[in-house]
Each structure stands twice: as C-alpha cells, then as structure tokens.
Design a protein around this ligand. Structure first.
Ligand code: N2P
Length: 340
C-alpha cells in the first residue's frame, strides 16, 4: 500500500508540475514604455506569477507577430481600432468579468464602446491622444496645429511617431477629411502633402520620441501625450498643444489572445492593474489619460492639471475605427514616402 501511495504522489508530481509551472507565468506583449517594472514586480510578489514583457511600437507590429504564431502571448494591449479588427477575426478570448471585480473602477465613458460592446474581449488600460510638443526657447512663432509645424523653416527639426495610420490621419485632418475615411482615393489625395511633410521630418520614433527633444536634436515633436506630459512636467520650456485640426484619441485595452496558455493569470493581472493604487503607480511612470476613476482621485491637483495627460477639451478628438484591408495601403504609402 505504502509503495502504491508513493507511486501516486510521484506520478502526480510528474503529471501536474507542468500545469502548476504554467500557472505561474504570464507573457505580456505590450507597447514599450507603458508598463512599469515596479508593477510587474508587485504583481509577482502578490501572486507568485512571473511576467515576461515583450514590447512593440505599433498596433500593426503587434498584430503581425500575434498572427504569425511562433510566440505565445497571454496579454496584449491593442488600441481601439485594433481591438475591433482582432475581435472580427475571432483572435481574442472572451473575458470572465467575475474574475475582474476591479472593473468597477473604470470610468463608464471608457466602457461599452462600439469597438467592443459589453467589453467582452477588452478592458481599458490607458487612454490618450497624439499631439504636438515643442521647445518654447527655440520656437517663438505661435503653434496651434499641424499646419504651423510642418513648414520649411522647421525642416529636420521634427521628430514624429513612426506610425503609418497616425501620420496619414494628421494630413487627413489638415485637409478636412475624417480620420476614418481611409480609402484609396483619400490616400491619393493626401499623398502630395504627406510627402512634403515627411520630407521635413528628422526622425521617426514611437518608443521614446521625448529623447530627441530632451537632447536638443529636434525642437518639435508629434508624439503620444504621455511623452509630452513627461516633457512639460520636467521642463517648463516644453509646451504641449492639441492640434486645432483634430487628433486621435486612443483607448488601449488589455486583451487575452484566444490561444493564450495562461488565461487565469491574465485575468489576475487585469484585476491587479485596476487597483486604485496600482493605476496611480502606472500613471506616475507613464502619464497618459488614466481610465481609472479611483486612481485619478489619488493624483495631486497638480498631476490632474497636466493638460497633456488630461485634455481640457475633447471636442476634436476621435477614436480610430478598423479600416480593414486598406491599412496595407496606408503602410505602403508611409514606407514608400520614407524611402524617397
Ligand atoms: C506607449 C505608447 C502609447 C500607446 N509608449 C499609443 N497607443
């Protein structure tokens, strides 16, 4: 009998250890400079689950790797239009809201949006905008929008996001075209001006565009608001402007790919980052627009007053929608014009 028992114990160890080991890991695939290491450490400390964090610099890069298979991810953080695309292709797992009680902390205006009614597959992580930041010691003329910065006099003094859809949208709003009316015709319409503007650009950087501004390599940037927020917070010579023509308002959400191996751990992570104090920790490292009502309450008046993080007027901000196959044309136009 004793021997039988020992055998059962030994066999269970062999059979179940991979499952236990599996439950102790989480593979996060997210934008760079978006998830603080301290948050990953805090999560591991609380749950025993180790997190690996691989980064990407655009939605399109993430989708390409996700679809290619190869690696297996438990969590990704796509923007609204990419949640829509992934959902359409059935690439995302349904979330179990019962396992995410902290979902109650998300501001209702970020929930139940057209790209994912009922938040079946996505939970907002962070929102934000794309805007203009400039060095006020070097740029003396008034800056109110894209038309002011894409001028010959600023040639090679600009850093912009390395993002095909974003860049196209700036030219579109400048021409009064809706950011979601992306068609072959409209791409042809914006092409000459897109080329003019791209010829003025010194560098493309979606990971850390603030670096070129801090080092003085460039004087103007078209960047994510979290980058702008850090700049204006650290040095008053930097000024932030939401382009008067309009701008993208993004909502980046936590999603679990359908083929994720550690769905349980992914739910635990989503619930963890929605804790009020964790949301504050995330905001302090990467000051985008927090979607967490309770975290926002924990910020100081000065932090809440940062206009790059929390725009005063959202009238001209727009979410992107999935544009389907024409996205390939947007990317082609961007890379063609870069190469010219
Ligand atoms: C973080 C990038 C912001 C995400 N570095 C833009 N959707």
């Amino acid at each position: 009998m004793k021997r039988v028992c020992k055998f059962i114990v030994a066999m269970s160890a062999v059979l179940f250890s991979p499952m236990i080991a599996g439950a102790q890991e989480l593979s996060l695939f997210a934008w760079s400079e978006y998830v603080p290491q301290s948050v990953l450490d805090g999560f591991t400390k609380e749950t025993g689950i180790k997190v690996t964090y691989e980064t990407y610099a655009s939605n399109e890069e993430m989708v390409t790797k996700l679809v290619a298979g190869g690696a297996n991810y438990d969590l990704v953080i796509p923007s609204e239009y990419t949640v829509e695309a992934l959902k359409k292709q059935s690439l995302l797992a349904e979330l179990d809201h019962a396992k995410i009680p902290n979902l109650k902390n998300v501001q209702p205006s970020y929930m139940n949006l057209a790209y994912d009614q009922g938040n079946k597959v996505s939970v907002p992580w962070m929102a934000g905008t794309v805007g203009i930041v400039y060095n006020g010691e070097k740029i003396k003329d008034p800056i109110t929008g894209f038309k002011d910065i894409f001028q010959d006099k600023y040639k090679k003094r600009l850093v912009v996001l390395d993002d095909a859809r974003e860049f196209a949208s700036w030219v579109m709003v400048a021409q009064g075209i809706d950011v979601n009316a992306v068609t072959k015709d409209n791409l042809a319409k914006i092409r000459p001006q897109q080329k003019q503007w791209m010829d003025l650009v010194r560098s493309y950087d979606s990971d850390s565009p603030k670096t070129a501004l801090q080092s003085g390599d460039v004087d103007i940037g078209v960047v994510w608001n979290g980058e702008g927020s850090l700049l204006i917070q650290d040095d008053p010579k930097f000024k932030w402007v939401l382009p008067q023509e309009g701008a993208h308002k993004f909502i980046d959400s936590l999603c679990v790919p359908k083929n994720a191996k550690n769905k349980e751990a992914a739910h635990k992570f989503i619930n963890y980052v929605l804790k009020p104090e964790v949301g504050k920790e995330i905001w302090e490292a990467f000051p985008y627009t927090t979607v967490n009502v309770e975290s926002k309450k924990l910020l100081s008046d000065e932090q809440r007053g940062n206009l790059a993080s929390f725009p005063a007027n959202e009238d001209k901000l727009k979410l992107f929608t999935d544009i389907g196959e024409v996205m390939a044309e947007v990317e082609k136009q961007f890379s063609d014009l870069k190469g010219q």
